[in-house]
Design a protein around this ligand. Structure first.
Ligand SMILES: Cc1cc2nc3c(=O)[nH]c(=O)nc-3n(C[C@H](O)[C@H](O)[C@H](O)COP(=O)(O)OP(=O)(O)OC[C@H]3O[C@@H](n4cnc5c(N)ncnc54)[C@H](O)[C@@H]3O)c2cc1C
Length: 345
């Protein structure tokens, strides 16, 4: 079915729309057309059509590339997916800027920034998904989070119909969270303006990255080398999406109170404790013996215990069962509650 530029389908398979690859359906999906940047009027026309439609009558959700959502059963509502995106560059002497449509892949944004010698995003290389969702989740890797680069975010308030430009502060970023994540169903992000440095200083704060550069004998890495090493390091530890479905890190690293962190550290001297009493969820899961194990057709990735994956034909229930079993064991052994990082629907 098609209304204006917007395409609407019913009982739509989500197998190819979520990287976990679970074979479930959405009752309805709307594809907004018109790129948000080079055709803003066409895009806003679709947004107006959307706001006039009945999508709010049941559950609804904006989706990006589905790399952080695990659909465990049929979605009995409306999914909204925005159209392709382009970018514009610019600078003001002090900083360089890229303004990108929300649907642009995060890795494509990083690739463009490296090509332009706009500095600061290289450690985020090869993160799946698009830039709109990267903002929702405040994605991070190798010592950098997207919040470090966000200047402003243009979003439509789906409840009031208002169009807003939110500053970095207004986005209320936190560890893998933001205003947009805290207010599910309210926001449709359509454009993101990112701010880059004009001078290059490699961010080597993440030990595994610094060690890898040292191992390769790279003392003074270029921006391009940082991108290459991050990309290779990442894929040496994670399942390749074309081979196995996953959602990246399934759980957040838990933040515990200081007394629990201290007592655990006394009991397990090799346990990593990051600043702010943040523990390594991967280490806890590994210590419970889950690394490399499977439950039904859902598994724990052998090279990174934080990643749950689809060994092939896995159902949503099998993922839920595995996640619960891990949470149970970690709570029992360490007294720590693991919270999903991925959005379980
Ligand atoms: C192999 C692998 C590795 C990964 N590595 C990392 C990593 O290193 N660091 C990290 O932080 N994450 C990582 N992830 C998780 C994932 O890549 C990110 O969370 C990514 O930003 C999700 O993007 P997406 O387009 O797939 O979003 P989706 O999964 O489609 O959506 C995620 C959330 O964003 C919302 N959303 C999406 N688009 C919009 C929009 N335009 N407006 C409003 N809301 C929107 C959705 O409603 C949903 O709540 C990894 C995932 C995989 C599969």
């Amino acid at each position: 079915m098609r209304y204006g530029d917007m395409e609407i389908y019913e009982n739509y398979s989500l197998k190819g729309l979520s990287t976990f690859g679970i074979d479930v359906k959405a009752r309805r999906i709307l594809f907004l057309r018109g790129s948000s940047l080079d055709e803003p009027f066409r895009f806003m026309y679709d947004v107006d059509e959307l706001l006039k439609s009945d999508f709010r009558q049941g559950p609804y959700m904006v989706i990006g590339e589905g790399s952080n959502i695990v659909f465990t059963k049929d979605y009995e509502g409306t999914l909204i997916k925005i159209g392709e995106a382009v970018f514009q560059g610019g600078g003001d002497g002090q900083y360089k800027y890229l303004t990108v449509g929300a649907r642009m892949l995060t890795d494509e944004v990083v690739r463009i920034s490296v090509g332009y010698k706009y500095y600061g995003a290289e450690n985020l290389s090869a993160i799946p998904g698009n830039i709109g969702a990267a903002v929702v989740q405040n994605v991070g890797a190798y010592g950098v989070e997207i919040k470090d680069l966000v200047d402003t975010v243009d979003a439509v308030d789906l409840l009031s119909g208002e169009r807003r430009t939110l500053s970095n502060e207004e986005c209320a970023f936190g560890y893998r969270t933001s205003l947009f994540k805290q207010q599910p169903g309210r926001w449709l992000i359509w454009r993101v303006k990112l701010r880059f440095s004009t001078t290059f200083k490699p961010n080597l704060s993440y030990k595994a990255l610094a060690d890898e550069l040292q191992r390769r004998g790279i003392a003074d890495p270029s921006q391009q080398q940082m991108r290459e090493v991050v990309t290779e390091l990442r894929w040496s530890k994670l399942p390749r999406p074309e081979e196995y479905g996953s959602a990246g890190s399934f759980f957040k690293n838990p933040v515990v109170d200081a007394s629990l962190a201290d007592s655990l550290k006394r009991e397990y001297p090799d346990m990593p404790v990051y600043p702010g009493n943040k523990l390594s969820a991967g280490w806890l899961i590994d210590r419970c013996g889950w690394k490399g194990r499977t439950l039904g057709r859902a598994g724990v990735w052998p090279k990174q215990a934080l990643v749950l994956y689809n060994t092939g034909g896995c159902t949503g229930q099998e993922v839920v069962d595995l996640a619960r079993a891990i949470q149970h064991d970690v709570r029992l052994q360490f007294g720590v509650a693991l919270e999903p990082e991925a959005i379980i629907v």
